[in-house]
Design a protein around this ligand. Structure first.
Ligand SMILES: Cc1ncc(COP(=O)(O)O)c(C=O)c1O
Length: 365
């Protein structure tokens, strides 16, 4: 079992102008006010390191007994699904979706049915459609909020409707919220409090540029949290404690880290709108927040475009084929702005070239 997407991502992340990545540029350790004395190699982290459990609880507003600190949203998603699902179960997964959720479910021996998030509907979740697809075999409905790859937001009303339909069948809703905080809107709450059958996953990876910390979490009812702790015993005795300590420090300084992320994304969104999104060969849902957009290109084959960009322009975009929509590509808004601006220039130049236009063509503006 393997993930084509993850392999592709790991072998393309090094491009000089990586404008396809979904997360904010790495936050440097040197900018985190931390002293060696605050760190330790091994500590009391058997079933959760108390200060980190508390920091996640404070950050999310969810009681500490509903918190499971995981290694990134990747492990959070895997453990959440593994603790709820048995081989032969069925899940309902959004389409398009983050490929790792699909491959993890298949790895667990689960059958995957899809519900569409349609471009003509701005990739919204249609709660009636999801509810119609729920059957007695459906153990879990899975979606991302914000949506990867489009940043579409799923509102509380929709989530609650899906949650109630699941509750009637005794099933759960898993909401991957790894991009949610990139709305920078404190009024948008985690779905964890919407009902007992909601399970939420998240991390400091994407919005805060802290991927290497692997500070992730699951929010779920306490029995599910306990089941995950026991399941984790099978493949990890204790988490890396240095990382737990650093994560506590990161939570303390999250305001400053958030400001940097917002600044980068605001600047890059301006560049995106004045370049790529103003072209007439590009159609794009632009929600005005989120770390990614997922434009459609009508001028040629996206895979050829992506290959040429990488080979000749040191520039990487994420081809839409990984999301089942090969006429689209994903652009990430979290990079350093000088890099993002140059990457955009190279991308637009390549679009001109493929579409047979000269860069001076006014339609290319
Ligand atoms: C929807 C979604 N969930 C989870 C992850 C992985 O997150 P983490 O780096 O915190 O493991 C990604 C990474 O791209 C993602 O897009």
């Amino acid at each position: 079992m393997k993930s084509e997407y993850m392999h592709w991502a790991k072998t393309h992340v090094g491009a000089r102008y990586n404008i396809g990545a979904s997360g904010v540029a790495n936050y440097p350790l040197a900018e985190l006010p931390v002293s060696l004395g605050e760190l330790e190699i091994t500590g009391e982290s058997y079933y959760g390191y108390a200060p980190l459990q508390q920091a996640i609880s404070d950050h999310t507003g969810v009681p500490v007994e509903m918190v499971f600190a995981a290694l990134g949203t990747s492990q959070a998603n895997h453990l959440a699904m593994a603790s709820l699902l048995r081989p032969g179960d069925e899940i309902l997964l959004e389409d398009p979706s983050y490929e790792l959720i699909f491959s993890t479910a298949r790895y667990l021996g689960v059958s995957v049915r899809r519900f569409p998030r349609r471009p003509e509907n701005e990739f919204a979740v249609d709660p009636d459609e999801v509810c119609r697809l729920i059957t007695p075999r459906t153990r879990l409905v899975v979606l991302t909020n914000l949506h990867n790859p489009t940043s579409a937001l799923v509102g509380e009303e929709t989530l609650t409707a899906v949650g109630s339909a699941c509750e009637k069948q005794g099933s759960y809703v898993l909401v991957d919220e790894v991009y949610l905080e990139s709305t920078f809107d404190p009024a948008i709450r985690t779905a964890a409090t919407l009902g007992k059958n909601f399970i939420v996953t998240n991390s400091l990876t994407k919005v805060y540029g802290l991927s290497g910390l692997r500070c992730g979490w699951v929010l779920a009812r306490p029995e599910v949290v306990q089941a995950m702790f026991r399941l984790r015993d099978l493949f990890e005795s204790i988490p890396p404690h240095v990382s737990e300590r650093l994560s506590v420090v990161a939570f303390r300084h999250l305001g400053k880290i958030r400001e940097r992320s917002k600044r980068l994304m605001d600047e890059n969104r301006g560049v995106l709108r004045s370049t790529l999104l103003s072209r007439d060969d590009i159609a794009c849902f632009d929600p005005g927040f989120g770390t990614v957009v997922f434009p459609r290109w009508t001028g040629g084959k996206v895979d050829d475009l992506a290959d040429t960009l990488l080979e000749k322009q040191e520039t990487s975009i994420t081809p839409g084929r990984f999301f089942g929509l090969p006429d689209r590509f994903r652009i990430g808004l979290g990079g350093e702005t000088a890099m993002f601006r140059e990457g955009m220039k190279r991308l637009c130049g390549a679009l001109d070239h493929f579409g047979g236009r000269s860069p001076a063509d006014p339609r290319a503006r």
